[in-house]
Design a protein around this ligand. Structure first.
Ligand code: ATP
Ligand code: MG
Length: 600
């Protein structure tokens, strides 16, 4: 690592590109994951305990720090010195936080308006020289950003151990509604852990990136590359975690994603599914044991909670699961079973809430459910078969629902976010300090974005550009964070010859055409979150209705001619936009001599 000094904000964590080892991190309120992009694959790294979903929990026992699943297990015996669900408290005023999820662990407190925890994180002192007795150490008040620093240090430590080299840098994915202060707090916490943040990307963008990378890889290996990859796809990303559920509609095109709408929910979440089982088994226990309710005792409740989650996970795989806790309450052991049908009946209100969330996002995007191409389930709760079934019912006839229970080969939904972050880390790790400064800045303040898509209109010169139907192929999508570079492949002219490339800005539209009515009029799409496509006939029930995504050219930027392209050859066109928004392009015949470059 170079000892470069830099701006006060991230001084400790500026690393020269050649010294960088960059990973992707998904930093959840419930679980985190770390991933690395090797030359040919992305791998989600297991920590020392063998976990790839690492609970976002720290626990202190006799001055020893535990993290992940080991720390989570201490919620039963050492809740006061165990810190959980802290990530969503970062960058918030004490008065603004919802401490609900911290009831069963160290409680957040106010320290100068900020959030802190009072925990005993040091070893006790011997009472006297010749006695085995120790007196507990004094409690420390640890601000939440310190907790985050300690946790990130552990994550990075696990990644470094695995990779055999010190991890210096990371891309972290964060919820798309995280505000500046929250983003800043994460960067600051990482800084203190000596971790350079290359970029913060949004959770749905990371999820979509991991998904499209996989689809592209499959298309390449099955030789259907090109046209199909470049088709726009409307994705509904449902990210279902432990304490939040997010539904995001985005258009994915040539590897870039543009968000149309996002909705967030904190009620219909994984923890609510746990509660269904906690209540069910607590009642059963009470019935069998003279009304003793294990929820009334903190330790019993902690045991119930851990076992309920395990049972819930077992029900994602099997149709029956057991529930068993030693000494649940009053020293009484408890064993029971439940089947999936019963569970799904009990949990129906939660599942219905998730259905509504999905429908709401589509509505907010101004789309008809028919217009969704892919429903991509992500997050731990996405393993739940019932949720995938419900999505198939809502969208399934026209959309593919991607979840473990519907597509057995689907990427593990618990890993999508970290994989996407790792892909992004791989993409930006070679950026120099200035570009990183720009992109790190953009990640923590106003994001520097392209406002419109930038793409190309390619026409064979032989036919003359004028008479041809113009096809705008987007290369860099609207609202891409800069700096950015993208390349695409185009089919060259069948007979070969010269090709005119006109670079332009364009905007997209997704709309429904219901024949035999004439085509709906195309208007510029400003890609805003809550756009309302009221101009369009979306209430048409016609079975023949088609979905069409069109591009409209908003302005020509530059022209170039690629000379003497061989018959049937492919043309690679690449555009890069620098942090200062300067645009340059290259175009070349794949495997041939023709090439042209320029800037505008
Ligand atoms: P959040 O930030 O919303 O708290 P997260 O993003 O940190 O969550 P995830 O790992 O995506 O965490 O989701 C955690 C939730 O997923 C927990 O409620 C957990 O019980 C649940 N979960 C994990 N695996 C499964 C499974 N196999 N079946 C059902 N639920 C699961
Ligand atoms: Mg999450």
């Amino acid at each position: 690592m170079s000892a470069e000094e830099a701006s006060p904000l991230r001084s400790a964590s500026r690393v020269a590109p050649e010294d960088r080892l960059a990973i992707g991190i998904s930093f959840g309120n419930s679980n985190s994951s770390i991933a690395y992009t090797f030359d040919d694959r992305v791998e989600v790294i297991a920590n020392e305990d063998g976990d790839r979903q690492i609970p976002t929990v720290l626990s202190y026992v006799d001055g020893e720090e535990y993290y992940g699943q080991q720390a989570k297990n201490f919620l039963v015996r050492n809740p006061k010195n165990t810190v959980a669900y802290f990530k969503d408290l970062l960058g918030r005023d004490f008065a603004a936080i919802d401490p609900t999820y911290c009831h069963a662990s160290a409680h957040p407190q106010e320290a100068n308006g900020a959030v802190a925890f009072t925990i005993i994180d040091k070893a006790g002192e011997p009472v006297s020289g010749d006695s085995d007795e120790t007196k507990p150490a004094d409690p420390s008040t640890v601000p939440v950003h310190d907790i985050a620093t300690r946790y990130l240090r552990r994550l990075v430590g696990s990644a470094s151990d695995y990779l055999g080299r010190k991890v210096t840098s990371a891309v972290i994915s964060v919820p798309s509604n995280f505000v500046d202060a929250q983003r800043q707090a994460i960067v600051k916490a990482a800084d203190a852990a000596n971790l350079e943040i290359l970029q913060l990307i949004s959770d749905p963008a990371a999820i979509a990136a991991a998904y499209t990378a996989r689809i592209d890889a499959e298309a390449n290996s099955s030789d259907t590359a090109g046209a199909d990859q470049q088709k726009d796809k409307v994705l509904l990303v449902l990210d279902l975690g432990g304490t939040r559920s997010d539904a995001t509609v985005l258009i994915s095109s040539a590897g870039m994603a543009t968000v149309l709408a996002a909705v967030h929910d904190y009620e219909f979440v994984g923890a609510a599914l746990d509660k269904v089982l906690i209540d069910h088994f607590a009642k059963e226990f009470a019935k069998k044991n003279k009304g003793v309710d294990p929820r009334e005792n903190a330790r019993s409740l902690a045991k119930l909670r851990l076992e309920a989650e395990a049972t819930k996970k077992a029900l994602s795989l099997g149709t029956n699961a057991s529930f068993s806790v030693e000494s649940l309450a009053d020293g009484i052991d408890f064993t029971s079973t439940i089947n999936r049908v019963r569970y799904e009946t009990l949990a129906r209100p939660v599942f219905e809430g998730i259905n509504r969330l999905a429908a709401e996002a589509v509505k907010k995007a101004g789309l008809d459910p028919l217009e969704i191409d892919v429903v991509l389930l992500s997050g731990g709760s996405a393993h739940t078969p019932r949720i995938a079934v419900n999505m198939s019912t809502l969208f399934g006839e026209h959309a593919s629902v991607v979840a473990p229970s519907t597509v057995p080969s689907a990427t593990n939904p618990s890993e999508l976010q970290a994989r996407g972050a790792a892909l992004q880390a791989n993409l930006v790790r070679d950026f120099d300090a200035e570009e990183i400064e720009q992109s790190a800045h953009s990640a923590v303040s106003t994001v520097q974005h392209t406002s419109l898509a930038v793409g190309v209109i390619a026409t064979p010169l032989s036919v003359g550009a004028d008479g041809e139907t113009e096809v705008f192929t987007p290369i860099i999508l609207a609202e891409s964070a800069v700096p950015v570079r993208r390349a695409i492949l185009l089919a060259g002219p069948k007979e070969g010859g010269d090709v005119l490339l006109r670079f332009a800005e364009g905007s997209t539209h997704v709309h429904t055409i219901a024949p035999p009515k004439k085509e709906a009029k195309t208007e510029a799409d400003d890609n805003s979150d809550d756009e309302d496509d009221s101009d369009f006939d979306s209430d048409d029930d016609d079975e023949e209705e088609q979905r069409k995504k069109g591009w409209k050219v908003q302005g020509l930027l530059a022209e170039a001619a690629l000379r003497g392209v061989k018959a049937g050859a492919k043309i690679e066109v690449a555009i890069s936009i620098r942090a200062d928004m300067a645009v340059s392009f290259t175009a070349r015949e794949v495997g041939g001599k023709a090439a042209v470059r320029g800037s505008f």
